[in-house]
Design a protein around this ligand. Structure first.
Ligand SMILES: Nc1nc2c(ncn2[C@@H]2O[C@H](COP(=O)(O)OP(=O)(O)OP(=O)(O)O)[C@@H](O)[C@H]2O)c(=O)[nH]1
Ligand SMILES: [Mg+2]
Length: 454
């Protein structure tokens, strides 16, 4: 029942967002479709961790079938997406090439990692009820002394792309290698912080049955905590699930049975993935709308600079136009003795007639015409060039969070000024900003409340 509501809510977000902010996203060349498309497929659970930590064994146990190969030493060097066949389809395997070419799946981005990765990418469709709601991704174990050249593709990059679209990331360790593997270090230090939220990661120390005693286990747990804090920089210790696979022929050290229920809890979190997907979606929407708001602020800043510059220029042209009007024909008269009776002298001598206005008006129009042409062809392009090179002064960044946002959108703002400046000066930015801020304050908060009620 909860899942039906989760799906309904997901559809509501997908409907409300374009309805309320679709045209605003478009105004600033932001692609709303691109934001939500990767999250349209099933909720995803990603299992990563050092080799032989028991990832595949855990998946098989969760699914109740021997789907994945298991074994000591690095066993599996493929990324395997395990899910149920669509209605009407049968069980079977799908190769990497077909996976990245299928527009219904969110894996098209993986194509850029090249053929070598595609040869290590596989989808297994198995008819298991849990998998109608979620997909599980098993990954090659992390190794110590391995380089991109050895693997043939950018392993950490691939993990990063999977992490972006995953709703739950299970990071598995074992007591023998409690956080000491080099690739694990890189994933925790760089890949995960750049691609996902801390709340989406579940830490697991598996194979704890291999500790000889409780003392041994406490030592391994302490080592893992210490290593994690070194790697993540976090001061608090995240929850770490302590688990092991039960096998009839292996004797569990006394007192270890208490951790059996943690394994069951971990399995339950897999089934939480649809709810986590909703949070994930809201976080993405939240981030995108905040980025949009800051973009709008920058474009509003640009519009103000433009208007000020235009006002200054207008003043200068106005004064020049007036001088042209009053003195243009007088200067002509002094230089080429034509016209014989310029406008100002005709006023002084009392010879004024309306035909004396011809040259002053011509001068006025000439100055205005040349001036506005200069602004369009030289002044405005200069303004565009200088602010597209350095848009920093367009926004006031009030918090570290805003500074991060700005770093992410700065080059997009530059592009927008370079390519769409003329369009941007006609947009009513303040009105758009009111709408995006209103969405963040009202609609998004309502969605968060609804999701937290599940
Ligand atoms: N004692 C013990 N052995 C386990 C446990 N879980 C898995 N194993 C064994 O550890 C070995 C490695 O397990 P896998 O499931 O293949 O590990 P993996 O993390 O998928 O390894 P790679 O695919 O190589 O990264 C296998 O021989 C399993 O039988 C456990 O909880 N306790
Ligand atoms: Mg495996």
């Amino acid at each position: 029942m909860a899942n039906i509501s989760a799906n309904e809510l997901k559809r509501e977000i997908e409907r409300v967002l374009p309805q309320k902010l679709g045209s605003i996203f478009e105004n600033y060349s932001c692609n709303l479709e691109k934001l939500l498309t990767p999250l349209k497929w099933k909720p995803i659970v990603l299992l990563i961790g050092n080799y032989s930590s028991g990832k595949s064994t855990f998946i098989n146990e969760f699914l109740g079938r021997e789907i994945q190969r298991t074994g000591q030493a690095p066993t599996d060097d493929s990324f395997t997406i395990i899910t149920a066949p669509e209605p009407g389809e049968t069980e079977g395997d799908i190769t990497g090439n077909s996976i990245v070419s299928d527009d219904r799946l969110p894996f098209g981005v993986l194509r850029r990692f090249g053929e070598k990765l595609l040869a290590h990418l596989l989808m297994k469709k198995v008819d298991i009820e849990h998998l109608t709601e979620i997909a599980i991704i098993d990954t090659p174990g992390m190794l110590d002394s391995v380089t991109e050249k050895d693997r043939g593709y950018d392993y950490l990059g691939v993990i990063g792309e999977f992490a972006k679209i995953s709703d739950l990331i299970v990071l598995m360790f074992d007591p023998h290698k409690a956080g000491t593997i080099k690739e694990t270090y890189q994933v925790l230090r760089m890949t995960l912080p750049a691609t996902t939220g801390e709340d989406r990661v579940a830490f697991v120390m598996n194979r704890v049955d291999e500790c000889e005693s409780l003392e041994d286990l406490v030592r391994a747990y302490g080592t893992l905590c210490w290593n994690l804090s070194q790697m993540t920089g976090r001061k608090d210790i995240p929850r770490i699930f302590l688990t092991y696979a039960k096998t009839p022929d292996r004797k569990i050290p006394p007192g270890f049975e208490v951790w059996e229920k943690e394994r069951e809890e971990l399995k339950k979190t897999f089934l939480e993935a649809p709810r986590m997907r909703l949070f994930h979606m809201l976080q993405e929407v939240d981030k995108a709308v905040r980025e949009l708001s800051l973009t709008i602020k920058a474009m509003d800043g640009f519009k103000s600079v433009f208007i000020n510059r235009l006002k200054g220029f207008g003043k200068a042209i106005g004064i020049s136009g007036l001088l042209g009007f009053l003195l243009g024909d007088l200067v002509m008269n002094l230089a080429i003795d034509y016209p014989h009776d310029p406008f100002l002298t005709s006023l002084v001598t009392g010879n004024f007639s309306s035909d004396k206005l011809l040259w002053p008006v011509i001068w006025l129009l000439l100055v205005l015409g040349v001036g506005s042409l200069y602004f369009q062809k030289v002044g405005f392009p200069k303004l565009i060039d200088s602010y597209s090179r350095d848009p920093d002064s367009l926004v006031k960044l009030e918090s570290a969070y805003e500074k991060d946002l700005w770093d992410r959108i700065r080059s997009k703002v530059s592009d927008l000024i370079r390519k769409k400046a003329r369009h941007q000066i006609w947009i009513r930015h303040k009105k758009n900003l009111e709408k995006t801020e209103g969405f963040l304050k009202v609609d998004l908060q309502q969605f968060y409340e609804k999701v937290s009620r599940f």
